[in-house]
Design a protein around this ligand. Structure first.
Ligand SMILES: CC(C)(COP(=O)(O)OP(=O)(O)OC[C@H]1O[C@@H](n2cnc3c(N)ncnc32)[C@H](O)[C@@H]1OP(=O)(O)O)[C@@H](O)C(=O)NCCC(=O)NCCS
Length: 198
């Protein structure tokens, strides 16, 4: 199988969104659907993997974004996946290697930061010998009557809220809030951060 790792072109947006949606189906990493390819304030490394000119994988890394201001200079991985029919052929590794080559060459950055709440992705990152840098809970909750009322006073009818807390605080959050547990997409998961240096 001939795999090419090349730069993403905006003319392929719909094809990119299709494969992204398909990868989302079997990973807990995402809880929202993308309808447009997101833009980013900082420079990005934006690559796709193709087989027979069809997109089968993608990676998007933003260089030194605000979200990891205390870690920068580093690349933050926003999007990464390989279509299930093409997994196990080193395509994920090829995407990471090429992205790091470009980060080093064009941005003098040798570190990437990966966060995922998907257990299989976490085991993949460990397999690639990435180092854990932190973990937290991510979850959604139904606002209580009082909070709903406060928000409604300002014109916002709130259905649910999404956020995170430290591992230690989660027990308290479950007591204090109506955490949504019975929804496969939104249920609480531990999100683990990793760093990769190359
Ligand atoms: C994670 C993902 C990108 C891996 O892609 P891939 O192209 O199949 O991975 P590779 O072929 O590069 O695998 C490299 C090595 O990791 C191993 N591996 C693959 N998936 C693994 C997993 N879940 N856990 C542990 N090891 C894994 C492979 O066996 C291979 O090992 P080897 O070098 O000893 O042969 C792919 O499974 C995927 O798209 N998952 C869903 C999307 C997702 O969760 N993305 C991360 C969002 S944060």
């Amino acid at each position: 199988m001939q795999v090419n790792i090349i730069g993403y072109e905006p003319s392929r947006e719909l094809e990119w969104l299709d494969i992204h949606a398909s990868v989302m189906v079997d990973s807990a990493a995402w809880w929202i659907v993308l309808h447009r390819k997101p833009g980013y304030p900082q420079p990005i490394v934006d690559l796709i993997a193709t087989v027979d000119d069809k997109i089968v994988g993608f990676i998007v890394i933003e260089i030194s974004p605000e979200i990891i201001s205390e870690i920068n200079p580093a690349g933050f991985v926003w999007e990464f996946g390989v279509h299930r029919d093409y997994r196990g052929h080193d395509i994920g590794k090829m995407l990471i290697n090429k992205a790091h080559k470009i980060m080093n060459r064009e941005h003098e950055v040798n570190k990437s930061i990966w966060y995922s709440q998907d257990a299989r992705a976490q085991s993949y990152y460990r397999k690639l010998r990435m180092k854990e840098i932190g973990r937290h809970w991510q979850f959604s909750l139904k606002p209580g009557k009082d909070l709903k009322k406060v928000l409604k006073e300002d014109g916002f009818d709130c259905w649910n809220l999404r956020g995170s807390c430290s591992i230690e605080d989660f027990a308290r959050a479950k007591i204090n809030f109506d955490v949504i547990e019975d929804n496969e997409t939104l249920k609480p998961r531990i999100c683990i951060g990793f760093e990769y240096i190359k």
